[in-house]
Design a protein around this ligand. Sequence first.
Ligand code: HEC
Ligand SMILES: [Cu+2]
Length: 350
Amino acid sequence: MNNSESILRKGVLDNCAFCLCIFAAVPVSAAPAENEVAPLNYFLHSYGPASTPTMHLGWVFASLLVAIFIIIALLLVGAILRKRRAEDPRAIGREDEGMSWIYIGTGVSTCILFVLAVYTLITLNKVAKPAHAPALTLTVTGYDWWWKVEYENNDPTRRFVTANEIHIPVGVPVLVKLKSADVIHAFWVPTLAGKTQMIPGLTNQQWIEADTEGVYRGQCTQYCGVQHAHMGLEVVAQNAAEFQKWQEAQRRTAATHSATDVNEGQKLFLDRCSGCHTIRGTEAVGTHAPDLTHLKSRRLIAAGLLTNTPDHLVQWITHAQDLKPGARMPSMVLTETEISALSAFLSTLN
Ligand code: HEC
Ligand SMILES: [Cu+2]
């Protein structure tokens, strides 16, 4: 089994683990430590005010439904075990016998459903808007199968673009405008907020806020094609100083270097990759693939599929179609010398 196969298998296993976790839903009380990924199976936990009311609602619904299930199961078992009084000629029942139980049951269910409906509306209202005005606005656009992330600013020179990794400062609401470049996707970072659809031609919005520093995993939740399962993202919540530092670094264009192999790599990139990818500060201005200006600063590549190591980068570039079949990037055919020149160039994209 070659390396790319083993990586792929791990991805498949991750997905199975995710499905199992949905049903396991084990309560975990600790907040994720800094730089620890809060996995998707934390969706019954909340690390921010946009998701806390929804999480409470979820727990109330789940507890109530489990209680109702148990009560009904017990009643059913009771009814099955109950001995029929054979000597009673009315044992089978008159037509109207037991109707009062139907009235009581319907009445109780109606009251419970009414209370839940009111509680749901109150919750919806609570999460509709943040308590104070958002400190930051982002536009996230869904593509088959990755996320473009644009940081807005009144000053156009301070705007910048990145992909698949969203950084936010802790403790402040962030407005996220949601668009799609192709089909319907849905943005979901379960520990921070509910799901919102990304619909072509429409701009939806939602807000997210993290109470504690950490990395929160997100996922597309609207089936959008063959690689839907590998359309993940990460939200990295940082303290204000670190976030500012990150933002300043992202605003810079790519640094130029004079080493020969780096130059060779850059030429190769312009020839082979710039039709799709942008590297700000170079002539690469492609718009249908992730912006790679600060590729090295990201934790993961290919929308959460692989960790961002030099080895994985080479495997991705040469075997994209084995690792993520159907992805909108071809497996690039490159010689050993081309690979090392390209790697040298990519390693400068801090
Ligand atoms: C036909 C368009 C196209 C070409 C040509 C192309 N790419 Fe890509 N590339 C993409 C798309 C689309 C993605 C996103 C794939 C996904 O995650 O589903 C991508 C993803 C990547 C990523 C991962 C970025 C991230 O942050 O997730 C890297 C690195 C990358 N490409 C490097 C290259 C290099 C180097 C070349 C040239 C040798 C190249 N690409 C050529 C379209 C292209
Ligand atoms: Cu999807």
